[in-house]
Design a protein around this ligand. Structure first.
Ligand SMILES: Cc1cc2nc3c(=O)[nH]c(=O)nc-3n(C[C@H](O)[C@H](O)[C@H](O)COP(=O)(O)OP(=O)(O)OC[C@H]3O[C@@H](n4cnc5c(N)ncnc54)[C@H](O)[C@@H]3O)c2cc1C
Length: 412
């Protein structure tokens, strides 16, 4: 609940409601509250335990955290540096690339739960921050053609100068506001399988992110920040989830994997957790805003999991948004205040859209290439057999896309 101090302060500050405490919503709320604004953060869930989430922070996301003044704190969180990226075809290595690939910082694996809990702990220290966990936003309050706040499922109404929807890929606020999503490419179905704490992680291979391609199959393997083995398996959207035992899943991945990972899967695969299926539609809202409302993060542009972009772009959105919104000085005249915030929202959309569009296209290109190899036996067998010869050329093609995907394309 807001304190008396906050209610007094609200008269001097712009009041923001942020919906959704993922990377976008939490990092934005923290910056706004640090900048002296009044922020109410509403989150449907009560905890940050998220099964279906990757941990990879790219240099682009790390840069955003550094610019938020959080670099030292992020370094202090439990983490694992990623050593590199490897592509395997039919169990043969096509190429590998070591981190940090020319960047100042390499990719780091930080459990999303740890990052979010840390951001929340910092925000809770600030007087302008009002935390509402376990509260679902069920409606937008509209007044005179403008979003003026939100209604919670409990019936409570919260008023705001600007509502910022950071409620993720299936954003209900985006839908309530009638903001259409342009879909990019066909939807994907991703199966996510975890092997908790493999007793003896194999050699250094698993310190890298592995892309595994075989006959009609594209999979990935990586040791997460917490030491769990995380496996991804791509399906066509209409394809039903194959009914396999844990050991049969382990065997399916083992067939594509390097020898050390294959051995681990065959030994411990019976402990694989049941696969979780995720439908991923990549897209971008045609417009990120309505008067009184701004979409950020996955709510504005649901990302593909390919090459770990979503957290990083959400953090970059939040950095730019906080900077613009904190420049809007409070005015006692409501119309003027709202006009200025809407202008700031337009600037934020303008600044962020082009980077998002470029990176989504690169993700799509990466995926198409994977599909082409996975489903084209001649190309796959040719590449696999001639890996020592063709690997360097394939590596070069792959590398050409990686700089923007790692570092972003916008000047922050
Ligand atoms: C399997 C998988 C692996 C991934 N791996 C990576 C990776 O390694 N690196 C990377 O950068 N990205 C990765 N991503 C993508 C990344 O997790 C997302 O892009 C990122 O979390 C988006 O952040 P966000 O803050 O926009 O939204 P989210 O993290 O989705 O947060 C939205 C929040 O809004 C809340 N919410 C929703 N509706 C309401 C409502 N009506 N009222 C109140 N609260 C609401 C939700 O409970 C949630 O907490 C991965 C995604 C998946 C599925």
């Amino acid at each position: 609940m807001a304190t008396d101090h906050q209610h007094g302060a609200d008269q001097l500050m712009n009041r923001f409601i942020v919906v959704g405490a993922g990377p976008a919503g939490l990092s934005l709320s923290l910056q706004l509250a640090r900048g002296g604004a009044s922020v109410c953060l509403v989150e449907a869930r009560r905890d940050f335990a998220r099964g279906l989430r990757g941990d990879a922070l790219m240099p682009s996301g790390l840069e955003a955290l550094a610019r938020m003044g959080l670099w030292e704190d992020v370094l202090a969180l439990p983490q694992r540096p990623l050593q590199g990226w490897q592509v395997w075809l039919e169990g043969r290595r096509l190429f590998e690339v070591a981190e940090p690939m020319g960047s100042l910082q390499g990719c780091r694996l930080v459990r999303q739960q740890d990052l979010l809990e840390y951001l929340l702990a910092q925000a809770l220290l600030l007087p302008g921050f009002d935390w509402r966990p376990g509260q679902l936003v069920s409606e937008l309050i509209q007044r005179q053609g403008r979003v003026a706040g939100v209604r919670l499922a409990s019936g409570e109404e919260l008023q705001a100068d600007l509502v910022i929807a950071c409620d993720g890929r299936d954003s209900s606020l985006r839908q309530m506001a009638g903001l259409d999503l342009d879909q990019l490419g066909p939807p994907l179905a991703l199966l996510w399988l975890q092997l908790p704490n493999p007793a003896a992680p194999p050699d250094a291979t698993l310190s890298s992110f592995l892309t595994l391609v075989g006959s009609g199959a594209i999979a990935s393997a990586c040791l997460g920040a917490g030491g769990d083995l995380q496996l991804g398996w791509l399906l066509r959207p209409e394809e039903p989830t194959p009914q396999r035992s844990a050991s049969a899943w382990a065997e399916a991945v083992a067939r594509l994997a390097p020898p050390s990972l294959a051995a681990l899967l065959r030994q411990q695969g019976h402990r694989l957790e049941k696969p979780q299926r995720l439908r991923v539609q990549v897209g971008a809202a045609r417009q990120w805003r309505r008067p009184g409302l701004l979409l950020l993060g996955d709510a504005a542009h649901p990302m593909s999991p390919v090459r770990a972009q979503g957290i990083n772009l959400a953090l970059r959105d939040a950095l730019v948004a906080a900077r613009e919104l904190l420049q809007v000085t409070h005015s006692r005249e409501a119309g003027q205040r709202q006009r200025r915030l809407d202008q700031a929202a337009a600037t934020i959309e303008h600044q962020r859209k082009s980077e998002v569009r470029q990176l989504q296209r690169l993700q799509l290109a990466e995926l198409r290439q994977g599909h082409w190899v996975g489903h084209n036996a001649i190309a796959r067998n040719g590449l696999s057999l001639a890996a020592p010869l063709l690997g360097p050329a394939a590596r070069q093609v792959w590398m050409a896309r990686q700089r923007p995907l790692r570092e972003g394309t916008a000047w922050l």
